[in-house]
Write a protein that binds this ligand. Structure first.
Ligand SMILES: *Cc1c(COP(=O)(O)O)cnc(C)c1O
Length: 455
């Protein structure tokens, strides 16, 4: 054990985890099962038209504790992993806190985010099953990019439905995906029944994530050899993202340290679920009962802090089965905030259950405060954070400032999910003082929650 903790600790290639960890296997109670709108339990075979078989199995498997990571996936993980565990010495000094701040940085790949960890797995299993291609939607762009990297690597076709307004406003994201040979279609489009119906009624429709999901699912289930893939929320995605937490755990063990608080941003819950997995295991099994785990979400899309724990559709088009989760209602329209990757109406069913049972805390933070934290972090730590990631930074800074007041030298670990180079419009608005903080009213939330399915 070193006496001086390095600024960045990289595990060696051999220390990359060889199995993903399934937190459900250690939960005292399982998350409520996925059901159909009629209330029937969803069986593995029911998912086959949408997901490839091994992923459908991972989705419903709450028992298998460790799933070996196929060698082909380990080979690509080695290209950009292990990701570093960093000690934020400069930030600690600037804050004048006795707290020790660590972060796990996942931005070191073309998507600039953790999403590649699951995209590779999903593309690999699709290829292994002999499929021709996959479809997906993209909102913020990181998921589409991560998937494009993965499908090009494993030799699959990819069709990305990109919300039309993003397609027009963010041409560089489209260019990156096309560099990896993805076919990017502005949604709504004339390539699907859903899209054609919407365009017939409203030719100038600028699209939404819900519509893009509906188009991607329609193409997947009606095209021979295609399946649909999703970048967050699902149990399978949290399983793949456990690689983040397992690496962080091993690195901290090497340093002889253990966190008092683990903090992550929460959109659909995949990075947070992955980061906390082995730490939450310790908490659940009684090894570290006092460990605190904190989700940070945008005040503009506050699923945990103001949502309802209920069965809801996973998409706006109401095509998916129902999941029990913290939700704002599948018709909730978040304001156009800049943390695009956190603008989802629901939350991972695994994290929802843990939060509901009191194993986790959640806080909501406002956009301008998040960008203040992002700017401070960028200036001190030489990484320009993604706006999504900056929610976790804000949570960590606030925690460190509380330690300054109380004199506690807590160890804080947070997830730095990615870089923000595609979000410069947002940074520009923050810098010139035109960024606003919209928070939905109780009436806004009541309206979308009134539409929850009755089951
Ligand atoms: C997508 C994304 C998120 C949020 O997604 P989760 O599934 O909640 O992790 C966070 N950070 C970045 C950089 C993202 O791209």
């Amino acid at each position: 054990m070193s006496t001086k903790i390095p600024h960045r600790l990289y595990l060696s290639e051999d220390e990359i985890p060889q199995a993903w960890y399934n937190l459900r296997a250690d939960m005292k109670e399982q998350p409520d099962p996925m059901i159909t709108p009629n209330g029937d339990l969803v069986k593995e075979e029911d998912l086959y038209p949408v997901f490839c078989k091994k992923l459908a199995h991972q989705e419903l498997d709450g028992e298998t504790r460790y799933t070996p990571i196929p060698e082909e996936i380990q080979e690509v993980y080695k290209v950009y992993r292990p990701s570093p565990l960093c000690r934020a010495y400069n930030l600690e000094r600037a804050l004048g806190t006795p707290a020790k701040i660590y972060y796990k940085f996942e931005g070191n790949n073309t998507s600039g985010s953790h999403k590649l960890n699951s995209a590779l797995a999903q593309a690999y299993y699709a290829k292994e099953e002999g499929l021709k291609g996959v479809t997906t939607e993209t909102g913020a762009g990181q998921w589409g990019t991560a998937l494009a990297e993965s499908t090009s690597y494993f030799g699959l076709d990819l069709i990305v439905y990109m919300v039309k307004v993003s397609y027009e406003q963010k041409p560089f994201r489209k260019a990156v995906m096309e560099t990896f040979d993805a076919r990017v279609i502005a949604s709504p489009s004339d390539t699907t029944n859903v899209g054609r119906a919407i365009l017939a009624a409203d030719p100038n429709n600028s699209g939404s994530l819900g519509v893009a999901i509906s188009e991607a699912v329609e193409v997947a289930v009606t095209t021979e050899g295609y399946r649909y893939v999703l970048g967050s929320v699902l149990n399978q995605v949290l399983l793949h993202q456990s690689v983040i937490g397992l690496e962080a755990y091993a690195a901290m063990e090497k340093l002889g340290v253990y966190p008092d608080v683990v903090i992550g941003c929460a959109g659909g819950g995949s990075n947070l679920g992955g980061l906390i997995a082995p730490f939450m295991r310790d908490k659940i099994t009684g090894k570290t009962p006092d460990l605190r785990i904190v989700a940070v979400e945008p005040a503009s899309c506050p699923s945990f802090t103001r949502g309802k724990y209920a069965y809801d559709f996973c998409d706006t088009g109401k095509m998916t089965p129902l999941a029990k989760m913290y939700t704002l209602g599948c018709g909730f329209k978040p304001s156009a905030n800049h943390a695009g990757g956190l603008r989802y109406h629901g939350m991972s069913p695994i994290l929802s259950k843990l939060y509901h049972d009191g194993y986790m805390e959640a806080i909501a933070v406002e956009q301008t405060a998040v960008f203040e934290a992002a700017k401070q972090f960028a200036q001190l730590e030489t990484i320009l954070p993604a706006p999504e990631s900056a929610h976790a930074i804000k949570g960590a800074i606030d925690e460190a400032l509380r330690c300054k007041e109380t004199g506690e030298d807590k160890t804080i670990l947070f997830g730095l999910t990615g870089t923000g180079y595609f979000d410069m419009t947002a940074y520009a608005q923050f810098n010139d003082g035109t960024m606003s903080d919209y928070i939905p009213t109780d009436a806004d939330l009541a309206a979308s929650l009134a539409d929850l399915p009755q089951v």
